[in-house]
Design a protein around this ligand. Structure first.
Ligand code: FNR
Length: 382
């Protein structure tokens, strides 16, 4: 029915066919008009590359580092909530695929599989993403569990003090409290492969939270507890407190403004991620790639800079690197791979990106990702 997936768009089409609508839509949605979501992708086309010829293109390498860790290419898997609803045991499968490929995997606080589930099913350290909840004892316990699991970095998300509104989720009843109607039974019933796999796992709720926080295992009260736990008072002082509690490598995610980047650089964190949460929070905000050059200019010498949002090919990775990002994070591309084909699909996502990145780098006349800089950019039209 489907030919071999050659692009991320191919994986997206397959995921739509395999994953129940409410969960497919959850991944493929942005806040309100989805303008920022679209801009994240579209603005990469405004960066034009310089084609070079007759340069030795043998022995190429995409290997580099992200926060000092060796990576096979400068791409990490971003934290995504409910990843385990794109495919049963999704977080474990994605973490395994990333580990085998040699890139970092970041587990979300709002994951289905828990920190312990992922740790038990992988061998290398992964990264843990923290949402700061009002219940600071719960935050402390999450940090302690991430340490105990051997996580090698904490990714602290700054741009979700309150939750952006996504219309598709509201229409689909993926809200607080969640609604289950005949429509949902139909959506699941028409996705039998997904449903069968889901029946075979016990991991079907927010396992970082259930049994660890004063939230009940009944989905409705769990969702209400979690939704009211995001802390609207989160401040730079809290970042300092978290840095002390954690004591390891810290990445601040969700910086989209040069002034905020300067503040972030002063915290002593190891890196920032230029991000608008994949267009899921402030609709009307600028695309991540268009903001990146300003942030590099503001704090490039002071802190390592990563970016995410709209990466849909290896070409996009190269453009981000050329504009000053040490590495990028991908969210939806691997969720589509996971929804389409499970672990194999995540590996396929990474393979597609690696191939595109490698060929583009060569055609730009470069052999090493470490040598990529603005020199490969012909024009930027933001
Ligand atoms: C996210 N993102 C996210 N970020 C975070 O810090 N914690 C989270 O739990 C989630 N959850 C989440 C769910 C889904 C379905 C998506 C698509 C995204 C944001 C994510 O980490 C990243 O910033 C974006 O996904 C990057 O944009 P692309 O690659 O999806 O375009």
């Amino acid at each position: 029915m489907f030919s071999e997936p050659l692009t991320i768009a191919d994986l997206k089409r397959r995921a739509k066919w395999r994953v129940p609508k409410m969960f497919y839509d959850y991944a493929d949605s942005g806040a309100w008009t989805e303008g920022t979501y679209r801009a994240n992708e579209a603005d990469f086309a405004k960066v034009k590359l310089r084609q070079r010829v007759l340069v030795d293109m043998t022995d190429r390498s995409l290997a580099t580092t992200m926060i000092g860790e060796k990576v096979a290419m400068p791409v990490a898997l971003a934290p995504t909530g409910l990843c385990g609803m794109q495919h049963a045991d999704g977080e474990i499968l994605a973490a395994q695929a990333a580990e085998e490929f040699g890139v970092p995997f970041t587990l979300s606080t709002m994951s289905v599989c828990s920190i312990e589930d992922v740790a038990e099913n992988t061998t290398k350290p992964f990264w843990f993403q923290l949402y700061v909840m009002k219940d600071r004892d719960f935050v402390k316990s999450l940090i302690g569990r991430a340490k105990a699991a051997g996580c090698s970095a904490l990714v602290l998300t700054l741009d979700l003090q309150i939750l952006g509104q996504r219309h598709k989720d509201l229409v689909n009843g993926l809200s607080t409290p969640p609604k289950f109607t005949p429509k949902h039974v139909w959506q699941v019933g028409t996705r039998p492969f997904w449903a069968l796999e889901m029946l075979q796992t016990k991991r079907r709720t927010f396992r970082n939270i259930v049994g660890h926080a004063p939230a009940s295992s009944d989905l409705s009260s769990l969702a209400s507890w979690t939704a009211e736990q995001f802390d609207p008072k989160l401040s730079w002082a809290d970042v300092e407190w978290i840095r002390e509690q954690w004591g390891g490598k810290l990445i601040l995610k969700g910086v989209l403004d040069a002034e905020d980047a300067r503040m972030a650089a002063k915290t002593g964190a190891d890196a920032i991620i230029v991000s608008n949460h994949g267009g899921r929070q402030l609709d009307g905000a600028r695309s991540s790639i268009s903001v990146l050059p300003e942030i590099v200019e503001a704090v490039g010498g002071d802190i390592e800079i990563h970016m995410d949002g709209g990466i849909r090919s290896g070409q996009d990775v190269l453009k981000a690197r050329a504009l000053g990002a040490q590495g990028v994070f991908i969210g939806r591309p691997y969720l589509y791979g996971l929804g389409a084909m499970g672990k194999k699909g995540v590996t396929r996502t990474l393979d597609i990106i690696r191939k595109e990145l490698d060929i583009t780098m060569a055609l730009c006349g470069k052999r090493n990702i470490e040598d990529i800089d603005r020199d490969i950019i012909a024009k930027v039209d933001f």
